[in-house]
Structure formats: C-alpha cells, structure tokens
Design a protein around this ligand. Structure first.
Ligand code: SF4
Ligand code: SF4
Length: 227
C-alpha cells in the first residue's frame, strides 16, 4: 500500500514532528521538518556530521509523531478537566533509508519537486543528506473531546505503507465470553461499544481507556494491541 492523501494532508498540516532514533539502546528525539511526501515515502534531511545521521545509518528504525493544531490546553469543561480544541495527532513507526545523490538527480530530472529541492539545498550545504521513510505503519487519531462537530469523541484511522502491516485499534471483546450484560456500554463515554449478543467494540472510536475492561464481570475484554 502506498501513502494515501489523508496521510499526506495530515503531515502537511502538522509540518514539523518529533522524530525518535536509537543510538545503540538509547532513544533520542528531536523536532524535524518534513520536506515532502510522495507515494514512495516521507522525506526529511540532516547533515552527515550529526549524530542523527550516524544513528540512522546504524539503525534505520524511526518513530515520529505530531499534533495539529496545538497541544495547548484551551480551557476546562464542566467537571474541571482540561479541554483541547478539536484536532488530530499522527504517529508513524517505520524504516528510513538514505537516498543516494544519483537517485536524487534522476528523480529531479524526471520532474520531482522534492528532489529538485534537495539538489538546491545540497548546493548550499554540501554536508546535507536525504532520507525517506519508505516503509511504516501508523495512526491518525482525530479528537473532538467536547463533541463540538460530531457526536463521538475519537476517530482513529490506522494505515501502513511500503509492505508493512498493522493491527486494528481498540479493545477487543471475546464473543464466547460476553454475556451481553451491558456494563461496558454504560461506562464507555466514547460511544465505542456496539450493543448486541455479543457486544462489540468499534475500534475506530475506542480510546483504549480501559473502563470496559475494569467493569466486565466475565473478563471478556482483551487488551488492545500495538499498532
Ligand atoms: S461488560 Fe463484558 S460481558 Fe458485559 S456486555 Fe460488555 S463485554 Fe459483554
Ligand atoms: S476501552 Fe474505553 S473507549 Fe474503548 S470500548 Fe472500552 S470503555 Fe469504550
């Protein structure tokens, strides 16, 4: 699967993201700017003299996340909890590879604006090197906790690209263990429980808050999975 327009638009809105790399067994995060996105991947740059470059070359695993429009709390709700304006977070875990100069030139010559930009930047900063996250998986977590624009708080969209696969979001109810008592439906403030025999979870709405896990008399609710 290639990177779709939803991911592109989300990343373009966020602009700068935190990116984490591994230096042996220690994680390092920094804010980086996303240079461009196309169907092959997500592009960013660094200089070859930086630890960031060395970390990427020694271990291509990266993890990025960002938020739009802001992580700033904007007020308090009726029960005194902090509130945020509606928005979304995006996170991706994947593999990055360096793009060689020959490939940059070839794609620039074929009309890619991203690669043309790389060539121009390299003429100013000769130590500049270019990377592409070519394989990954992630999630867009769209939130509207005060339900300003819709009747539920969360809408999660998971995705993968470059041959990667992902697990679905949300708590999981064991259909053989569920007795349809309705306790989970009563406590779920995210409107993610679908009543029935058995009850089910709409993973796209589930915050993985654990309230249903806490109240289920049958231990029928399973923990959610890593993406
Ligand atoms: S609380 Fe447990 S047993 Fe009751 S409906 Fe929900 S999942 Fe089923
Ligand atoms: S984990 Fe929370 S949000 Fe998800 S179904 Fe259970 S109560 Fe609802």
């Amino acid at each position: 699967m290639a990177i779709n327009s939803d991911i592109q638009q989300a990343l373009e809105k966020i602009g700068s993201v935190t990116m984490t790399t591994l230096d042996k067994d220690t994680m390092h995060s920094r804010i980086i700017s996303i240079c461009g996105i196309d169907e092959e991947g997500i592009y960013f740059l660094t200089m070859h003299v930086k630890p960031f470059y060395r970390q990427l070359k020694e271990n291509p695993q990266v993890s990025l996340c960002g938020i739009y429009p802001s992580s700033r709390k904007t007020g308090k709700n009726a029960v005194g909890q902090p509130t945020w304006d509606p928005g979304f977070t995006l996170r991706i875990t994947g593999q990055a590879r360096e793009i060689l100069e020959s490939e940059v030139k070839e794609k620039a010559a074929a009309g890619s604006g991203i690669h043309q930009y790389f060539l121009e930047d390299a003429s100013r900063y000769p130590a500049m090197r270019f990377f592409c996250i070519h394989q990954g998986k992630g999630e867009i977590f769209d939130f509207d906790f005060e339900m300003t624009h819709r009747d539920h708080k969360v809408l999660r969209t998971r995705f993968a690209f470059g041959g990667e696969t992902f697990s679905n979001a949300g708590a999981r109810i064991d259909p053989d263990a569920c007795i349809a008592c309705g306790e989970c439906f009563e406590v779920c403030t995210f409107k993610a429980i679908i009543p029935g025999e058995p009850h089910r979870v709409d993973g796209s709405r589930c915050d993985e808050c654990g309230s249903c896990f806490q109240v289920c008399p049958q231990d029928a609710v399973g923990l959610s999975l890593t993406i």
